[in-house]
Design a protein around this ligand. Structure first.
Ligand SMILES: NC(=O)c1ccc[n+]([C@@H]2O[C@H](COP(=O)([O-])OP(=O)(O)OC[C@H]3O[C@@H](n4cnc5c(N)ncnc54)[C@H](O)[C@@H]3O)[C@@H](O)[C@H]2O)c1
Length: 351
């Protein structure tokens, strides 16, 4: 896309799962003049995710905190980016419940405010995309056919979703008050390479690789809507270039699956039967179903997902098996995942 070729792009939170996939995609497809990755490298930020592109002369990494206004302002002043996209976030719902939500407010809400405020004060930014989530809409009934649209009310249920919804509202306020050129995207659950193995798919694969059972919350009937991370990245690129300022775009591929279906698909891949599932006490406030209507981005921006779910999902499982050392390095580095597993097993219930 011509517009990106001579541009500077500032990415917040580019060392995590989606951000690193986005940066790899942009550097290989779009050749911007400069791409700056501003990331605090929290537990989920991993320089290994971008190891092969660190020698790209257009790429620059800086370790800093989006919740620090002065750092955000200084970075925008220094690089004068035309495009900004924000992935930086605390992203794990269980942590927002069991560990605490303060960091979620700092990063997911104040961080967004800082970017908006710096863009207003400095100027010169053509577009800012705030990467949000469908979880801000809350939960749908399991048996309804309804899907959330962009104009629907925000009814976040988890502390994570509330902190993201607050960020979305700050975007709305800055557009309405100062015409800040911000676009908010709300995406479904992503799957693909480089996802931190506390999240469902890499977590289950890791459990299989280490000969353990798959813990499922409640009855496993909760439904999530899945999209390949590279389809998400493609949609984000379009929003950065052509998304209408002040607008919201849902991004999803219409792959609604129950958690137990996902578990069974992973078990099948490892030739295991359902006796390898163990049901654990449900997450408090666990949303039943996510489902989003994505007509707007398809008709207005001409976006379509390119991945077939079954093929993309099998390739994802293969990636974690082939890159076992990537997973194990994280696993050995931190006891986070062990703590998480312990937490799940503690409340195991029998039925
Ligand atoms: N993963 C999904 O399925 C999904 C779905 C919809 C939306 N999203 C949104 O996409 C974005 C990226 O999600 P992800 O799954 O890649 O998350 P992730 O946890 O893998 O990565 C988050 C990144 O943000 C960085 N970060 C955290 N706090 C920071 C701070 N204070 N300052 C600077 N950097 C900081 C981390 O170091 C990490 O690199 C998030 O905003 C999330 O809400 C994710």
């Amino acid at each position: 896309m011509k517009d990106f070729e001579s541009s500077k792009i500032l990415v917040f939170g580019g060392a995590g799962f989606i951000g690193s996939n986005f940066i790899r995609h942009i550097l290989s497809e779009e050749h911007p003049e400069k791409l700056v990755n501003f990331d605090k490298l929290t537990y989920s930020g991993n320089p290994d995710n971008l190891r092969e592109i660190t020698s790209d002369p257009a790429y620059e990494f800086m370790r800093d905190d989006i919740a620090d206004y002065r750092a955000v302002e200084a970075t925008i002043k220094k690089y004068k980016p035309q495009y900004i996209i924000n992935f930086a976030a605390e992203t794990h719902v269980d942590r927002s419940i069991h560990v605490g939500a303060r960091d979620f407010i700092r990063t997911n809400t104040e961080g967004v405010f800082n970017v908006l405020e710096a863009i207003k004060n400095i100027g010169g930014v053509k577009k800012f995309v705030q990467v949000s989530t469908d979880e801000v809409y809350g939960s749908l009934d399991l048996n309804s056919k309804r899907k959330f649209k962009e104009g629907d009310e925000l009814k976040p249920n988890s502390p994570y979703a509330a902190s993201k919804a607050s960020g979305d509202l700050w975007c709305r306020a800055y557009y309405s008050t100062w015409n800040t050129p911000v676009v908010v995207t709300r995406c479904a659950n992503n799957f693909g390479a480089y996802q931190y193995p506390e999240k469902l798919i890499p977590f289950f694969i890791l459990r299989m690789l280490t000969g353990q059972k798959l813990p499922l919350y409640g009855t496993g009937e909760n439904i999530r809507d899945w999209i390949h991370v590279l389809d998400h990245c493609q949609a984000l690129k379009l929003c950065l270039l052509s998304g209408r300022p002040g607008d919201i775009y849902n991004i999803g591929a219409g792959n609604e699956k129950t958690n137990i279906e996902m578990a069974k698909m992973i078990l099948a891949h490892f030739n295991k039967d359902e006796s390898h599932i163990e049901f654990v006490t449900d997450r408090p406030g666990h949303d039943l179903r996510y489902g989003i209507n994505t007509d707007k981005i398809r008709t207005e921006l001409g976006w379509e997902p390119g991945y077939n779910f079954n093929i993309g999902f099998s390739q994802t499982i293969r990636w974690y098996i082939d890159n076992r050392s990537w997973v194990e390095k994280i696993y050995n580095k931190t006891d986070d995942i062990n703590a998480h597993i312990k937490n799940l097993n503690k409340d195991k219930y029998k039925n």
